[in-house]
Design a binder for this molecule. Structure first.
Ligand SMILES: [Zn+2]
Ligand SMILES: [Zn+2]
Length: 296
């Protein structure tokens, strides 16, 4: 027996692809049937679904020995011991597990109703529920064993002794460590930045840098020397000041510009003349009328 294990991821991917395909098909069929009278097809819903599954099974697993998901991932079902292709007997049994059993679960109650007395129906219902729970438990156990051993992804595969095996010989997949290292490094760096950045007073750093680059002789000014040009431009954003305020020098700021700077740095210095603010209390609203230079 050639014990070449297919990767668990590929086997799970194949199963997930098959499920996805089936739900897509069901969605399409429902879309096509929505123009018929409401409720016409809901009574035969389980039969329709079983029919769809059977058609898919006939065209894929029965004819080629692999489902569509397996085909995409270069897998196929083979007998676990002899590694020969899936026999049609096993394919039919597989269809019974994947198509017949779910349909039977939906319809058992209706099927046995003529033969069972009305008072015993609850027992039938309990029985169905019990079997369903047992199968679910079996599935869960099977999945745990699959994760450990890497074969028989589905319970039906274990029962039928069929395994996902590669249909072609594939080279081993190489993991690109340079790429992974780079990803890890960037991730770590981004996390470090999100931790450190809130601790840095960006406003203050920017102001210090600005003063350093454009260092010039700053002579402190006073409110009395304010000109029309000073009152018409915010000293921070160089635009028309919105809700104008000052901090005691001749320059005027938008309330937003000056308050955000003073909140970040209590002793914010006027970028034009270097006068220091003394906290939020030093912010004064500017009234144009009160300034004789401006009105005159
Ligand atoms: Zn401004
Ligand atoms: Zn100033």
């Amino acid at each position: 027996m050639a014990d070449v294990k297919e990767s668990r991821v590929n086997q799970l991917d194949a199963a997930a692809l098959d499920e996805e395909l089936l739900s897509l098909l069901c969605g399409r069929v429902n879309e096509a049937l929505k123009y018929f009278k409401a409720g016409l097809f809901t009574s035969i819903g389980p039969e329709l679904q079983a029919l769809l599954k059977l058609v898919v099974w006939k065209l894929t697993l029965y004819s080629n020995g692999s489902t569509i998901g397996q085909n995409l991932l270069n897998l196929e079902y083979k007998h676990a011991e002899s590694t020969c292709s899936l026999s049609s007997r096993r394919a039919i049994l597989f269809a019974f597990f994947t198509v017949g059993l779910p349909w039977l679960k939906e319809r058992l109650e209706v099927l046995v109703r003529p033969f069972v007395a009305a008072e015993n129906m609850s027992k039938v219902r309990d029985g169905v529920e019990w079997i369903e729970t047992t199968i679910k438990l079996g599935n869960m156990l099977n999945f745990l064993i699959f994760l450990q051993q890497g074969k028989y992804c589905l319970l039906s595969e274990r029962v039928l002794h069929i395994r996902n095996m590669s249909s072609t010989v594939q080279p081993l997949r190489q993991v690109q460590y340079e790429y992974m290292n780079r990803e890890l490094l960037w991730h770590g760096f981004a996390e470090f930045l999100t931790f450190v950045l809130p601790l840095i007073n960006v406003h203050r750093m920017k102001n210090i840098l600005w003063r350093f680059i454009f260092s010039r002789k700053e002579t402190p000014t006073s409110v009395e020397t304010r000109t029309y040009a000073d009152a018409a431009t915010c000293a921070v954003c160089k635009k028309w000041p919105i809700i104008p305020h000052d901090i005691g020098c001749r320059h005027v700021y938008c309330y937003y510009c000056i308050s955000s700077n003073v909140l970040a740095e209590e002793q914010f210095r006027c970028p034009s003349c270097g006068v220091r603010a003394k906290g939020m209390n030093s912010l004064q609203p500017v009234s144009v009328i009160s300034n004789p230079l401006l009105t005159g």
